[in-house]
Design a protein. Structure first.
Length: 523
C-alpha cells in the first residue's frame, strides 16, 4: 500500500482491499487478551493510505492503550517490555486515528527521557534509526528537539552525520542493504539535507539494484519482495528519483489473484535445503523440472561445503542431487558420522531416542548404501513400542510416533510385528470429510488437516496399504487445493482454531498434498 502511494497509484481492487482490511479490524477487535501493536499499526496505516477510517476508531484506540507500559512506552503484546519501535507504531497509529497526543503525556515524558539518555545502540544503523524515530515522535508531540541542546544525543548528531555521509559517499561502488540505506537516508534528511553528490550515488545504486521482475530485495538476493521494494521506493522518493514502470507491475502482481482484496507475500522464500527439496520433488510429481538446474546444483554444492551438516539438511541436499539425477558428493567422514550416529541410536533406551533424527539417519543410510552394525537391534527397539491397538507410542498410540517408526522400519527393510493392527489403527484416523486427524492417545483434533493426512497416507503406503475411502480422500484433497494450484493446510470449511494464514497455500502444504495425491493415484 505504501509503495503504491509513493507511486501515486491505487490498488486495482481498492474497494475489495478496504473491505478486507475492515474485516481484519473486526478480527482484531474480537481478540480478548491477544492485542498486537504491529497488527493494529499496519491495519490503521493501510486504511489511512486508502483514505478510509476504521469502522470503530475508539475501540482500536482502546486496544492500543491497553498495550501501554507503566513507564509510558508501548509493548508489542501484553507481558513484553516496551521498545522504541513499538512505541513509534503506537504513537503513529494514535495520531492517524485522530487522538490528541496530549492525552498521552506519560509517553511524551518517556520519549524526552530517551532523547536525553547517554547510552544508545552501539550499531550506527540502529542508532540512526532510533534517532529518526525519536525525532518523528517528538515532532508529533510538538517538541522542538533543537531546544534540548544539552542532550548528549544532540552532541552525537554531528559526529554521526559525518560518519553516515562518508559511508554513503562510497555508493554506488560499495554494497549496502536497503534497510541500512533507508535508515541512513532518513537520518540525513531529518537532520538537514543530502548533498547532490550523495543523491546521485544513491540513485545510481538503486537503478543497479532493481531486479528483472521490477522489484527490489532487502538483503540483495536475486528476487523481488515487498519490503525491499517499499524501501527502495521510499529512498527514491526522498531523493527525487523515478524508478522504471516495472516496479508498478511487480507490486500489482502481489495483489490477491482472485480479486478478494489485500496483497500476497512474495512467492520466493529464503533459500534452504528443505525448500529446495520440496520444490523440486513437487515439480517432479507434476512431471516438470526446475528451469535452471545448474544454478540449483551450484547452490546445493555450496550448502554441502559450507552449510550445516545436520541430518535433516544433509538428507534434503542429497535428495536434490538424486532428483536431478546427479552423483552425490564424496564425503567419507560424513558417511562414517551417519553410520556411527545410527549405531548409537540402537544403543539408546527407546524413551531417550530422537525419533525425527533417527528417521533422517535411516534414510541417509539407504541413500548412501551404508551397512549398519546394529540394524537388528534398532529394528527390535522400534518394534517394541507398538501398542495393543496397533499404533506406536510409549503409553498410547501417537500418529507422529507411528509415522516415524513405520518409515524407519521400512528404511531398515522391516515392518511392525503387528502389521495388520498398525494398518487398522492408521485407517481409523480417517474422518467423515475424507481427511485424517491427529491422534495422540485419547487426545485428537476435531478436524482433518494436510499434515495428518500426509503422515497417514505415507505410513499406509509404507505398509502396502491404503485408506479405507480413497475416493473421499481425493475429494478432500481437491478441497484443500487453492484455485491457482497450491494446497492449503485444510479446506475452508474445516473446524480449526487457526489464523487466516492456515488457509493460504504454501510450499510445504503443497508438497504434502501432492505426495498424498501421487500415492493415491498410483493405487
Amino acid at each position: 500500500m505504501e509503495s503504491l502511494k509513493l507511486l501515486d497509484k491505487e490498488p486495482q481492487n481498492k474497494q475489495a482491499t478496504i473491505d478486507w482490511l475492515l474485516s481484519q479490524e473486526q478480527m482484531i477487535l474480537k481478540q480478548n487478551n491477544s492485542s498486537n501493536i504491529r497488527e493494529i499499526y499496519f491495519l490503521t496505516m493501510s486504511l489511512d493510505i486508502l483514505g478510509t477510517k476504521p469502522a470503530n476508531s475508539s475501540s482500536l484506540t482502546s486496544k492500543i492503550m491497553e498495550l501501554q507500559a507503566s513507564n509510558g512506552s508501548f509493548v508489542e503484546e501484553k507481558g513484553d517490555e516496551g521498545t522504541l519501535l513499538d512505541t513509534f507504531r503506537a504513537v503513529t497509529a494514535l495520531h492517524s486515528l485522530g487522538v490528541d497526543l496530549n492525552q498521552v503525556p506519560s509517553t511524551k515524558s518517556w520519549l524526552i527521557e530517551k532523547w536525553g539518555e547517554t547510552e544508545g545502540s552501539s550499531s550506527l544503523m540502529d542508532s540512526t534509526a532510533e534517532t529518526s524515530m525519536l525525532i518523528s515522535m517528538l515532532e508529533l508531540y510538538n517538541v522542538n528537539i533543537y531546544s534540548q541542546n544539552k542532550s548528549p544525543r544532540m552532541e552525537k548528531l554531528t559526529e554521526q552525520k559525518s560518519i553516515v555521509e562518508n559511508q554513503l559517499e562510497s555508493l554506488p561502488d560499495a554494497e549496502m542493504d536497503l534497510f541500512t540505506l533507508n535508515s541512513f537516508t532518513d537520518f540525513l534528511l531529518i537532520n538537514g539535507s543530502i548533498s547532490p553528490e550523495i543523491q546521485s550515488g544513491i540513485g545510481t545504486y538503486l537503478q543497479r539494484e532493481q531486479l528483472q521482475d521490477g522489484g527490489f530485495n532487502l538483503l540483495s538476493e536475486d528476487y523481488g519482495e515487498q519490503q525491499g521494494t517499499y524501501l527502495a521506493l521510499k529512498i527514491a522518493s526522498k531523493i527525487g528519483l523515478s524508478l522504471n514502470d516495472n516496479v508498478s507491475t511487480f507490486i500489482y502482481n502481489c495483489e490477491t489473484l482472485d480479486g478478494s482484496g489485500g496483497f500476497r507475500p512474495a512467492y520466493r522464500l529464503i533459500p534452504s535445503p528443505e525448500n529446495t527439496y520440496l520444490a523440486i520433488e513437487s515439480l517432479k510429481i507434476l512431471g516438470s523440472e526446475p528451469e535452471d538446474k545448474e544454478k540449483i546444483l551450484r547452490y546445493i554444492a555450496d550448502e554441502w561445503q559450507e552449510g550445516s551438516k545436520d541430518t535433516k539438511n544433509a538428507y534434503y541436499l542429497l535428495m536434490v542431487y538424486k532428483l536431478l539425477n546427479c552423483s552425490y558428493p564424496q564425503d567419507v567422514q560424513f558417511e562414517e558420522w551417519v553410520k556411527r550416529s545410527l549405531d548409537e541410536c540402537a544403543n539408546q533406551p527407546v524413551e531417550s531416542m530422537n525419533y525425527e533424527e533417527t528417521f533422517y539417519l535411516a534414510k541417509l543410510t539407504n541413500l548412501l548404501g551404508i551397512d549398519l552394525n546394529n540394524r537388528d537391534m534398532l529394528i527390535a527397539k522400534m518394534q517394541s513400542i507398538q501398542q495393543k491397538d496397533g499404533g506406536f507410542g510409549f503409553e498410547d498410540s501417537d500418529l507422529f510416533m507411528t509415522f516415524y517408526v513405520v518409515n524407519i522400519l521400512e528404511e531398515l527393510g522391516s515392518s511392525p510385528l503387528n502389521r495388520e493392527g498398525c494398518i487398522s489403527w492408521i485407517q481409523e484416523g480417517q474422518v467423515d470429510d475424507g481427511g485424517f486427524i491427529i491422534r495422540r492417545g485419547p487426545i485428537h483434533t476435531n478436524s482433518s488437516d494436510i499434515y495428518s493426512t500426509y503422515m497417514s497416507v505415507v505410513s499406509l503406503n509404507a505398509l502396502d496399504a491404503e485408506p479405507k475411502d480413497s475416493d473421499k480422500l481425493l475429494e478432500w484433497l481437491r478441497d484443500c487445493q487453492y484455485e491457482y494450484g497450491g494446497f492449503k493446510f485444510a479446506p475452508e470449511y474445516a473446524d480449526l482454531d487457526a489464523s487466516a494464514d492456515t488457509f493460504e497455500a504454501s510450499l510445504e502444504y503443497t508438497n504434502w498434498g501432492l505426495i498424498s495425491w501421487n500415492v493415491l493415484s498410483k493405487d
